[in-house]
Design a protein around this ligand. Sequence first.
Ligand SMILES: *Cc1c(COP(=O)(O)O)cnc(C)c1O
Length: 408
Amino acid sequence: MKYTTKALHSKYPKKDVYGALRAPIYQNAAFEFESAEALEDVFTGKESGHTYSRASNPTIEELESKVKSITGAIGVVATSSGMAAITNTLFALLKTGDNIITTNKLFGHTLSFFQNTLIDFGVGVKYVDICDEESILNAIDEKTKVIFFETISNPELIIPDIKLLSKIAKEHNLLLISDSTMTPFYLFDSKKYGIDIDILSATKYISGGGTAIGGLIIDNGNFDWEKYANLEKFSNSFGKNAFISKLKKQTFRNIGACLSAQSAYMLSLGLETLALRADRTSENIKYLASFLSNHQKVKSVNYPTLDGNKYKKFAQEYFLFAGSVLTFDLETKDDAYTFMNHLQLIRRSTNIQDNKSLIIAPYHTIYCEYTQEQKESFGLREGTLRLSVGIEDVEDLVNDITLALEKI
Ligand SMILES: *Cc1c(COP(=O)(O)O)cnc(C)c1O
């Protein structure tokens, strides 16, 4: 079966007592048991079941099992946010003295977690040029455990050579972890390209309508946990499920970053239409990227599959299409703001991959805490605008953009 059929028809883990056609929302904290023995059996793991919704819940389990069936992963943990997926993953895998290799061109709060939180726990973070093999190889030492990267960086839209990262990770027994938020599983088969753990902010493309905050941790089953000393105990007891078991029995349960049942339900709904929405935005963004490139008031457009973009080859090789976010430059901040303020349809907002098209000037907002030099190193200028393209009728988006550009 292909994506949408699986998303619609993957079986609910247990039969609903009323035969509800759509799995209900179990908005409750605790579960009761027929006998003292039955309660013990679930606590000790002899029987599967739910005891308390911080640890697990049927509505959340349904979302996880749908994602598992769609991706072919061996295990999935849904979390309260994309950030919770990132923090839980790294807390489960790393110990004081370990280090990870990544780039400083990351989603801002991920970078802030690395720079301000992870290092307080004595974990080293080495920032390299993620597109340069030498730079990565030079950073690896005996304490390196992980290579962490984003499939397409936001907002610079850098695409690393994922096959090369996978080769380096394999040769040095490192875990390859991707944040695939910009290219969720319908767009990108992370398992096939050798990614060990795939992390997503489900808030974005999966929710679709921007209905809930949520995250996903996906273990593709590519990594042999026997080769990972930090998880030795779990590998001895749970074999290939070592990482997911550590999350569920320790890190995730203890940190308490559980998703609410209501949010899990919204995200399950979003999963079902992800492919339809993605196909539509794929058409829309290709049209708008080319329209903006040909407009005389637009200085430059950055979208990976445009001619001349240096990541075009990787974008075409790895992804169904290069995601629904592009950036473009107007001459000045003044022009950018005049343009934004005259938009009637496209919304001024910080989110991405919503059903609605959204626009923001990242230099002055998301990155306002960084210095001018840092912002320029992220490829941002005063007149840069980030446009997240939605599923509207493209003629209406073109009209809105055309009229607003006339005002500058
Ligand atoms: C939004 C985002 C996150 C964080 O996800 P939340 O659900 O907002 O916590 C992480 N990585 C990327 C690439 C994102 O766009």
